[in-house]
Design a protein around this ligand. Sequence first.
Ligand SMILES: [Zn+2]
Length: 106
Amino acid sequence: MTTSTNNRMNALRSVLEEQFQRHTTELTTLSTYGTVPEHNGHDRQTVLARIEATRQALADTANALKRMAEGTYGRCERCQQDIPLERLEIRPRARFCVPCQQTSGR
Ligand SMILES: [Zn+2]
């Protein structure tokens, strides 16, 4: 791994850690909303949907950080090819390379 790749990886880790913090805070806030039928114009259904989305994002972020610690971060979970750094910098939580992502339909 070159120095510049290392730097970019470190930057990605910072982004992921920051997102993890943000989603954790958001989930706490949303959970509070969830206990109130109506809160600041948020209807319960919307809040529940956002809780679900945030929970998923949090899980994906935690997973990315875990893979980073294990040294498997940046590898496509389907074809095991390296995902280009350029893609990871746009989508740090990406688990698949572009072709696999398109095939899986997500
Ligand atoms: Zn792939």
